[in-house]
Write a protein that binds this ligand. Structure first.
Ligand SMILES: N[C@@H](CCC(=O)N[C@@H](CS)C(=O)NCC(=O)O)C(=O)O
Length: 338
């Protein structure tokens, strides 16, 4: 009996050990030497090429963090820019390793699509943008309006739900390509443009005179945006999930891109585990013990990334709001690295 029990425990341990390499993406990425991230075609602050063709944004930082975890080098990534409608098949077919593209985590996406949400890097809600001269103060005044919207999004579904719930009508103008959608709205063909509010802020800031446009106060929905991976790929999923949590924990522990080298001398066991001065966490993920150090040194913590891309240091100037840390009134909360 006793030896049977021991054998069973041994088998369970073996299974747990091999779990670290379940799925194929982890090994495939390691072998090819870069991460292929599926991203937006261009939403400034989230993912867009700058004037030199360098991709930047909060979602690009998520992709770079994964590269830093895998290779110790945040530059070891490539992008596959796609529309909302194309993103899930691009991930399912293996054309990309991870979806880092302002994607809302929903029940349907985690069940019928065979995908998994690995965390939330931006808590958002859907809103509506109108020209100021339309003189509208609330979305409830938009009865009969034409509304520009991108297909294959939660946006399209929430729009129909919200108007139905409020017993008002609208005419959708559905356009897949982001640049065409924005120029159609800018040309005046639509009375309103609907999307996640962060994206509305991004679109508005791209207009010549942003002050000519207003985001109405209504929140249509909850939009927890975050990276997704394929199901059955646990080792890879863990790399994505914990790369995000490393950035969140770094902010909580006061570790930044500027002070990370000094922090290597910290006596705080939490900092030591995060930075790999106490080993174990890297081994558990199947990567270098310096994985989180490399993320923080090259990209910064979550707060630094937020500020630079969408917050005070960016054109969007978004408040932290729900994306503040849990101890500062928000709901961002890095799970324990131990
Ligand atoms: N979060 C929503 C909407 C995401 C989305 O794709 N929004 C559009 C409208 S702004 C977008 O980001 N387009 C950028 C592009 O197609 O490159 C979802 O996951 O369905």
């Amino acid at each position: 009996m006793k030896s049977l029990k021991i054998a069973a425990v041994g088998a369970a341990l073996f299974a747990a050990g091999s779990m670290a390499h379940a799925g194929t993406t982890f090994d495939a990425v390691m072998k090819k030497g870069f991460v292929q991230c599926i991203v937006n075609t261009g939403v400034a602050g989230f993912s867009a090429p700058d004037s030199k063709g360098v991709w930047t944004g909060l979602d690009i930082d998520m992709c770079r963090a994964i590269a830093a975890t895998m290779f110790g080098d945040a530059s070891k990534f490539k992008v596959t820019p796609v529309s909302a409608a194309q993103r899930f098949t691009t991930l399912q077919s293996g054309e990309g390793d991870v979806l880092t593209r302002n994607t809302t985590q929903t029940l349907t996406r985690e069940t019928t699509l065979g995908l998994m949400g690995a965390g939330v890097n931006f808590y958002d809600s859907q809103g509506i943008l109108v020209r100021k001269d339309l003189n509208v103060k609330s979305a409830k005044e938009l009865d009969g309006a034409t509304i520009c919207v991108q297909p294959g999004t939660t946006t399209e579904l929430n729009l129909a739900d919200w108007f139905r719930a409020n017993r008002i009508t609208f005419k959708p103008v559905v356009i897949e390509k982001q640049d065409e959608l924005v120029s159609t709205f800018a040309s005046g063909r639509c009375d309103a443009f609907t999307s996640d509010k962060s994206q509305l802020a991004s679109v508005r800031s791209s207009f010549e005179t942003p002050a000519n446009y207003v985001i109405l106060p209504e929140n249509f929905s909850k939009e927890p945006l975050g990276p997704m991976t394929r199901q059955g790929d646990e080792a890879w999923f863990n790399v994505v999930r914990w790369s995000l949590f490393a950035m969140l924990n770094a902010e909580e522990l006061g570790v930044t891109s500027k002070n990370v080298d000094d922090m290597l001398k910290s006596n705080d066991p939490n900092v030591q585990r995060l930075l790999g001065t106490t080993s174990g966490m890297g081994k558990n993920l199947g990567v270098s013990e310096q994985w989180a150090y490399n993320i923080i040194k090259q990209i910064g913590n979550y707060g630094e990334s937020f500020d630079r891309n969408v917050g005070a240091g960016s054109a969007l100037k978004l408040d932290r709001g729900l994306n503040a840390q849990w101890y500062q009134g928000g709901i961002m909360y890095g799970w324990p690295i131990r």
